[in-house]
Write a protein that binds this ligand. Sequence first.
Ligand code: BT5
Length: 264
Amino acid sequence: MNQFEFESLLTGLPLGKLRYYGKVTSTNELAARWAESGAPHLSLVAADEQSEGRGRLGRRWLTPPGSALAFTLILTEVQPEAALMYNALGALAVCDTLNQALPPMLPAQVKWPNDVLAQRKKLAGVLAEAHWQGDRLAAIILGIGVNVSPGSLPPPGGLNFPATCVEEVVGAEVDRWGLLRAILETLLELLPHVGTPDFTRLWQMRLAFRGEWVQARQEDETLLEGYLSGLNPDGTLRLRDREGHFATVQFGEVSLRPVDSSSN
Ligand code: BT5
């Protein structure tokens, strides 16, 4: 892939400007700098490899060469009140694209707020970062990383969740760049619906662990536990305890809590 092939690949999609790189630190980092210097809405940065790919809360995302997708969209026309939804936009775009190739009984799902799971393993991660100018939300930097072939899989030790890749779940070789185009097409279709009740409904339909007992670790490290009952209209997560009381998880990380240790 080179810049010219990248532009041909994405011909006809209503995107902003396009930049392709062989190796970068992080496509989100480059995109943030580009946003600052005036990148138009829906500009895209993609790379074959990242040396300092970013996850949430200072974590790292691994993107070895020749095996994964790592790309970032710069959204400048955004709804500030829907910031949480942009993580879901990225995750749903990946899910819905893959679900065309996956058996309906084993769909890809969103592990709230930002992971894509297939067969209960993580196959893609999304990092939506807000870019402020003073108190104005100037852009959402929407980064998406997808493990495509087995070479993209990090060594299992040190992972916070088991990982998989698209070729493993689809059971066939996958055209990496064709997949990128397909994900972008899905994302562009979903984009006008961000923040609407239909969008939240679709997100809820794809939510992993619904009806299961889960533990949510929040950003301040406090833990909440309960049955994952669904989403609130603003995209925050709703948990229900054994007495039927509801709690809301604003932003955090959900991890499954084994059922047999939850019986108190
Ligand atoms: C995420 O963070 O899952 C968000 C990942 C976003 C990556 C994209 S790639 C394009 C753009 N540019 C960037 O610099 N970032 C975005 P989080 O939920 O915090 O998960 C991070 C954790 O996932 C790590 O601590 C590892 O345990 C695990 N991990 C790292 N690389 C992985 C991989 N390739 N596949 C599966 N798990 C991985």
